[in-house]
Design a protein around this ligand. Structure first.
Ligand SMILES: [Zn+2]
Length: 216
C-alpha cells in the first residue's frame, strides 16, 4: 500500500461518517499513447482541481498514484461523485496509426498510415461508506482490485450485487490501425526484435528490411 494512502488515513477527520471513493482515469496509458504525456499530465491536474473543488466544503481528497485519487465526503453525497465523473467525461476526434522507417542496405523508405478515430475520456469511481479510519487501507485494497470491472463515468457501490463486466466493454478509442506492412515490399510478415506499447522493431521476413514502427 502506498504511503499516500496512510497519509490520507492519518489526516482524515472522521468526526462523522461518510463515503470513501477511489477515482481512476480510464485507459490513461492509451491516452498517453495517442495524446502524449504532456497532454495527459494537464488532464491529471484538471481532474485534481475538479475533485478538490467538488469536496472542498464537505470532505477531503488526495492523489495517491499517477492517475488515482482517494476522496472522502461527509454524509452520502453521491451526486458529487457523479458530478466529478460528468465534468471530466469528454471525447475528441484524433488520427491514429503508425509511422515506419525501413532500411535495407542503402535504401531508406518511410511510410505513414492513419485513420480518424474518436478518443473518449472518462474516470472510474468506486465507493463505500466509511465509519472507522482503521478500515481505510483494507477498503482501498478492495477498491483497487474491483475498480477495473466497473463501468466508466458512473459511481459504483463496492460489492453491489449488480456489478457487471460492462467496465471491460468500454473502449477509449473506437478505431485502431495496427495492420503494419513493410514500406519497401508491402509484406505483412516480420521477425520482431522488440516492442512496447508505442513502438515495435524487427526485420521484414520477405525482403529483410529493418523496420522501426511508432504507433500514435
Ligand atoms: Zn519487406
Amino acid at each position: 500500500m502506498h504511503q499516500f494512502v496512510y497519509d490520507f488515513q492519518e489526516s482524515l477527520d472522521l468526526s462523522s461518517p461518510g463515503i470513501l471513493s477511489l477515482f481512476n482515469i480510464a485507459s490513461a496509458k492509451r491516452r498517453n499513447l495517442h495524446l502524449g504525456y504532456q497532454v495527459v499530465d494537464k488532464e491529471i491536474v484538471q481532474l485534481d482541481e475538479l475533485i478538490k473543488k467538488a469536496v472542498k466544503d464537505c470532505g477531503d481528497s488526495k492523489r495517491i498514484g499517477g492517475d488515482e485519487w482517494l476522496v472522502f465526503t461527509y454524509g452520502e453525497p453521491i451526486h458529487l461523485l457523479e458530478k466529478i465523473c460528468l465534468e471530466f467525461a469528454d471525447e475528441q476526434e484524433i488520427e491514429t496509426g503508425w509511422r515506419c522507417v525501413a532500411t535495407k542496405g542503402e535504401i531508406e523508405k518511410q511510410t505513414k498510415e492513419s485513420v480518424p478515430a474518436t478518443l473518449k475520456r472518462g474516470v472510474r469511481c468506486i465507493y463505500t461508506s466509511l465509519v472507522d479510519k482503521k478500515q481505510l487501507p483494507m477498503i482501498v485494497e478492495e477498491f483497487q482490485n474491483e475498480i477495473w470491472k466497473i463501468p466508466v463515468n458512473c459511481p459504483y457501490l463496492l460489492n453491489s450485487n449488480d456489478i457487471k463486466v460492462e467496465g471491460n466493454d468500454w473502449k477509449a478509442i473506437d478505431e485502431i490501425h495496427e495492420d503494419v506492412y513493410c514500406p519497401i515490399c508491402n509484406s505483412l510478415e516480420f521477425e520482431w526484435d522488440e516492442g512496447t506499447d508505442d513502438s515495435s522493431e524487427g526485420s521484414c521476413k520477405q525482403c529483410g528490411a529493418f523496420c522501426i514502427f511508432r504507433f500514435f
